[in-house]
Write a protein that binds this ligand. Structure first.
Ligand SMILES: [Zn+2]
Length: 297
């Protein structure tokens, strides 16, 4: 699936009408240099030197912190270990590292509701596929795009391409700033720009990859839903959740991730693929008019 998603993002970069060939070549170079970390590290960290005793929880905690500080200080003056893992295998999360140009999917997220080997492609691509696309897109969001294929801070964009990128991402920021979460509290489109860009790009790339998978292995409706519909249902199911207003208020003011409902309705209302899958008409609540849609990748 990771390879499928990379091929899909490659196709899309190739056909971006707003990007010059010079920047395109650098974007593709960066995409092809992604280091993929999936499941668990190839070498396990040795914790043998950490003194753990049943006698005291606090003492154990300090011992761990001390050991970890020493381990980190030990990196000084040594070459970068590109194989290092920053999440434990059971963690239910994923991330992109701009300084290593790596995408990371611990074993913990490779299970329902994101992924199950027994599910059909549409459901897996809408679940973990969108997560894979999300992390890949972080390499090209407002922050990630400032790093090169090796993970060095370098501006590899022509001035015109950077200006066009900014124009497109401003639209994403404005869209999300216009959402009202609670009474008069709006989402902060600037705070959440990178994550919203990654959601929007990730779902589009995952859908593109699903088309490739379906071309290899055609599939029909299940329980009355087409593969395309199941893809979007799977994406929405991942985010199905409920929050108290106070928690929502804290998230909106401090967290770069939009609350779950907007992570679904925000990106999908920009996608003609979603509109087609469910036969929505122009003017329907989940269909943004064509001239207001955002699309970067
Ligand atoms: Zn993210």
């Amino acid at each position: 699936m990771v390879r499928d998603l990379e091929a899909a993002l490659g196709d899309r970069i190739q056909s971006l009408e707003w990007m010059s060939d010079a920047t395109r070549a650098r974007a593709l170079e960066k995409l092809h240099a992604f280091e993929e970390k999936i499941g668990y590290p190839s070498t396990w960290r040795d914790y043998a030197g950490v003194p753990i005793a049943r006698a005291g929880l606090i003492a154990d905690h300090y011992a761990c912190a001390q050991w970890e500080a020493k381990r980190n200080a030990g990196k000084i003056g040594k070459p970068v270990d590109r194989g290092e893992w920053f999440m434990t295998p059971p963690t239910v999360n994923a991330f992109y590292s701009a300084t290593l140009n790596s995408i990371n999917f611990p074993a913990g997220i490779l299970q329902p509701p994101f992924f199950d080997p027994s599910w059909d492609d549409a459901v897996n691509y809408g679940g973990i596929g969108a997560v894979i696309g999300h992390e890949m897109t972080h390499g090209f969001d407002d922050r990630g795009r400032q790093f090169d294929a090796k993970g060095n801070l370098e501006d590899w964009w022509t001035a015109d391409d950077a200006a066009r990128y900014k124009q497109r991402s401003d639209r994403v920021a404005d869209q999300f700033s216009s959402y009202t979460v609670l009474d008069t509290l709006h989402l902060n489109g600037r705070l959440t720009l990178g994550e919203n860009t990654a959601d929007l790009g990730g779902i589009a790339v995952a859908y593109h990859a699903l088309r490739k998978a379906l071309a290899r292995k055609p599939a029909g409706p299940i329980d009355g839903f087409t593969p395309e519909q199941r893809f979007f249902l799977s994406y929405a199911r991942v985010w199905a959740s409920k929050q108290r207003p106070a928690q929502l208020r804290t998230q909106v003011q401090t967290n770069p991730h939009s609350p779950a409902m907007w992570r679904v309705n925000g990106p999908l209302s920009n996608l003609s693929e979603f509109q087609q899958a469910f036969g929505c008409k122009e003017g329907d609540p989940m269909v943004r008019s064509a001239e207001l849609r955002a699309r970067i990748w």
